[in-house]
Write a protein that binds this ligand. Structure first.
Ligand SMILES: Cc1ncc(COP(=O)(O)O)c(C=O)c1O
Length: 393
């Protein structure tokens, strides 16, 4: 068959029709264990000489479908679905680094990831070497932090919460030169807008909770990479620590992903319109959106992304107090963390998602106290603008 367009792959992905029951939508294999045909068959599956399923912590047909679909959409060879985005990050990091090792990461990342790196990995004597946003563009600054104990590079683009753009090809070239993997959290873009593996990244992570679900009802994570790397992460961590995804959640993710292209188009178009409107509003100090020509990473984002996504941030004139007033006054926008849902969500990183940073760490990461993050939904953009306009007034 000819190469399929992205929207078609998102709907079909892989052939999911069950050969005997012929369901259009695959069934949910809600079982913890699987029957063996005989003692020899069971022993053969364990030895790898027979094909078949054993136990859902190790693999499950419904979870396999999601993993195969995500490998197709991210142009990888294989994938692992996990219980959350954080368990995808933890499983990957802990399968690559041991006590005494270090890794290099941008400091502007999801607050939970920052806390995991800065507290939990440090407690295990795995040292994060953080880069301030401006230095994430400078190859020599990244390379300066790499030594013989550096096990991986880690970044997000666009970043949470300031929408910084990292040049994936630049980071991939540095990772390749030093023969270490580049891990890229692609949550904000989704596989519809950006495919880091095609730009040289080695491992892609998603908080599937966000755009892959799209409906704010489930938590999950995805890791996509080469067959060898996925086998390593599974064996070194996931199978034994057990942060796996339930078959029911995998089925819901498969359902959510079918509308990913439509949703990402609408999220992106709405966000661009709102960012352009906010930018000219007299009560707004600054807008952070990579779709604006004034954004530092605009040219890079235009090169590596299909559109600019549904996430943005802004600062209101009058600082934290004025920002709180906006968040307490909006009616259509929902005051809540998380992102990528159909509804527009608004929140305050310094006191919520990024309160895991000290004030000094937030300063280093360029996260100001007045910053407000908006996850633009798929409502009519004019209704969201009217709501913000009322709150800003
Ligand atoms: C960019 C990013 N990565 C990872 C995570 C963690 O994902 P989860 O909440 O699914 O564990 C989040 C959560 O907000 C996120 O925004």
């Amino acid at each position: 068959m000819k190469k399929l367009a992205k929207e078609t792959e998102i709907v079909h992905g892989i052939h999911t029709v069950h050969h005997t029951s012929m369901d259009l939508v695959p069934p949910i294999h809600m079982t913890s264990t699987f029957k063996f045909k005989s003692a020899d068959h069971g022993a053969g599956i364990f030895q790898g000489t027979e094909q078949g399923y054993v136990y859902t912590r190790i693999s499950n047909p419904t979870v396999d479908l999601l993993q195969e679909k995500m490998a197709v959409l991210e142009h990888g060879q294989a994938a692992i679905a996990t219980s959350s985005g954080m368990s995808a990050i933890a499983s990957t990091a802990l399968s690559l680094a041991k006590p005494g090792d270090n890794f290099v990461a941008c400091s502007t990342i999801y607050g939970g990831t920052f806390a995991f790196f800065n507290k939990h990995l440090r407690d295990l004597s795995i040292e994060p070497r953080f880069l301030a946003p401006a230095t994430c563009y400078a190859a020599q600054e990244i390379e300066k932090r790499i030594d013989s104990k550096t096990r991986f590079l880690y970044t997000e683009t666009p970043s949470n919460p300031t929408l910084d753009i990292v040049d994936i090809e630049l980071w991939a070239a540095i990772a390749g030169k030093h023969k270490i993997p580049l891990i890229l959290d692609n949550t904000f873009a989704s596989p519809y807008l950006q495919n880091p593996l095609l730009l040289g990244a080695d491992i892609v992570i998603h908080s599937a909770t966000k755009y892959l679900s799209g409906h704010g009802d489930i938590i999950g994570g995805i890791i996509v990479s080469s067959k060898d790397m996925i086998a390593h992460i599974k064996e070194a961590y996931v199978t034994h620590y057990g942060p796996i995804m339930s078959p029911f959640n995998a089925w819901l993710f498969l359902r959510g992903i079918k509308t990913l292209a439509l949703r990402m188009e609408k999220h992106s178009d709405n966000a661009l319109k709102i960012a352009q409107w906010l930018q000219q509003h007299p009560n707004i100090k600054r807008v952070y959106y990579p779709g604006l020509a004034s954004h530092q990473g605009h040219a890079t984002a235009a090169r590596q992304m299909k559109k600019f996504g549904g996430m943005m941030a802004f600062e209101v004139k009058g600082g934290v107090e004025a920002g709180k007033k906006v968040m307490n006054t909006v009616e259509l926008c929902t005051l809540a963390v998380s992102l990528g849902d159909c509804e527009t969500l608004i929140q305050h990183p310094a006191s919520m998602t990024h309160s895991t940073y000290t004030p000094e760490e937030r300063k280093h990461a360029g996260i100001t106290d007045g910053l407000i993050r908006l996850s633009v939904g798929i409502e009519n953009a004019d209704d969201i603008i009217a709501d913000l306009n009322n709150a800003l007034a």
